[in-house]
Each structure stands twice: as C-alpha cells, then as structure tokens.
Design a protein around this ligand. Structure first.
Ligand SMILES: Nc1ncnc2c1ncn2[C@@H]1O[C@H](COP(=O)(O)OP(=O)(O)O)[C@@H](O)[C@H]1O
Ligand SMILES: [Mg+2]
Length: 230
C-alpha cells in the first residue's frame, strides 16, 4: 500500500555509463545495481577511476546514464525533464564536494543561505535556519567569516550545513574528506554520521579512506565500474 514510504531512498538498477565512442570509449559504469535504504549512511569505496563520481552524479541528477534505471525518493529520474531535475537537485538532494565549493566572497552564513535564496525562502526563515545549521555543525561563532578565514575542516562543515539548507532527503558527498588531514577528515565523517541520525536524512558518501568505513551502515565497493560483493 504505502510503497512510496517504504521504498529505498535510492534505487539504482543496471546502470551503464560510457564516455567517448568506439575504441576510445571508457566504460565508467558497467551494470551497477544497489539500494540505499532510507535513513542509512552508505559508503561507496573504490580507488580513483573506479566510477564513484560518475555514479554519484547520476544519482544526484547531475548526469544521465546511458542505460538502466535510477529512482531517488520515489521518483524515476528518467521521467523528469530539465526543470524536474533542477527541482530535485535544489529541493531534495544536498551535495558535498571534496573541494568544498564555497563562494569566497560570501560569509559562512551567506554560503549556507544560498540554496534557500534559490528557492526564494523568506529572509526571516532563512536567517533562522542558517543559525540553526551553523550551530549544528559547530560553527555558530564563525558565521561572519569568509571561507579564506576558515580551516579546511571548518569550510567542509559550512558546506555540509549548506547541503542541509533546504531539508534534503538525500545527501550526496563525493570524497568529502579527500582534502583534509586524517584527524579532521574523521571529524567531518563523524559529523555526517551524526547529521544522518539527527536530521532524518539519507547519505551516500564516496571515499577511499578505509578508516571512515566503520562509520557507515553499509559499504559498497566499486571496482572498474562494477559493484563487487563485500
Ligand atoms: N568527462 C569524462 N570524460 C571522459 N572520461 C571520463 C569523464 N569522467 C570520468 N571519466 C572516466 O571514467 C572513469 C570513472 O571516473 P570517475 O567516475 O571520476 O571515478 P572516481 O570518482 O572513482 O575516481 C575513469 O576512467 C575516468 O577517467
Ligand atoms: Mg571521483
């Protein structure tokens, strides 16, 4: 009956993706299938070039597969037009990237508020939520600082707060600790772990840092574009 409620947050079925053509073609994904259950933190491991970024971009609606089906939060991505994908990325999916991706001239608070401006949230609502999120990531005292005045770990915390701004159902993080030292990276991963519990969000996190895997509810491994059994 309540299929939509019980369905996994992410359902990927036999997804293929190649770049280029003919003998120069690179098969980045070769028939990938998996699910991310609601409320779980799933880690996607695999060495460089194994297809992690390609897969995350497809799940987040930034790229389209050559074949296969992708369902996110009950929606078949193939059935969404450009506006539909835009709305999905803005309202349902929060992205965190290795390189933080903050706007250098904006303060931490302004960066967190950007996604809410894009959906034209009322200024009062925006300010309240930004304050809440900066507290959540432990940066309430740093709201007025620009990215260049923050450490790498703090910048990634701002990026996580920004990813949560519009109350997404799904967090997609592509090697979020890749530019951080081991200790800071662990703290960022612990923050993601805590956020998945407290904000009722689901997360798919690519990493090649083995020490982060024990924080995940489950671990998927990509090897040369295929999921290998654990
Ligand atoms: N835009 C692109 N054009 C051509 N080849 C690409 C492109 N993006 C990724 N690839 C190739 O696809 C494969 C998977 O890349 P990627 O998804 O970035 O892996 P990972 O994130 O695990 O390092 C690699 O062989 C990579 O070189
Ligand atoms: Mg990558």
């Amino acid at each position: 009956m309540s299929q939509v409620v019980t369905e996994a947050m992410v359902r990927v079925e036999d997804v293929h993706k190649s770049y280029g053509h003919g003998t120069a073609a690179v098969h980045a994904l070769r028939g990938v299938s998996f699910e991310v259950p609601r409320g779980e933190l799933v880690a996607l491991r695999g060495r460089s070039g194994s297809g992690k970024t390609t897969l995350l971009n497809i799940v987040g609606g930034l790229d389209v597969p050559d074949a296969g089906r992708v369902r996110v939060d009950g929606r078949d991505l193939a059935e969404l037009d450009e506006d539909g994908l835009l709305a999905l990325r803005r309202d349902r999916v929060g992205f965190v990237f290795q390189s933080f991706g903050l706007v250098p001239i904006l303060t931490a608070a302004e960066n967190v508020g950007v996604p809410m401006r894009l959906r034209r949230a009322a200024p009062r609502e925006r300010e309240e939520r930004v304050g809440l999120l900066l507290s959540l990531v432990g940066l309430a005292e740093h709201a007025a600082q620009r990215p260049g005045e923050l450490s790498g770990g703090q910048q990634q915390r701002v990026a996580i707060a920004r990813a949560l701004a519009n109350n997404p159902a799904l967090l997609v993080a592509d090697e979020p600790t890749g530019q951080l030292d081991a200790e800071t990276g662990h703290a960022v991963m612990e923050l993601l772990r805590a956020v998945v519990r407290s904000e009722q969000v689901t997360a798919l996190v690519a990493t090649h840092d083995a020490t982060l895997l024990d924080l995940a509810d489950r671990v998927l491994e990509l090897r040369d574009g295929e999921i290998v059994e654990q």
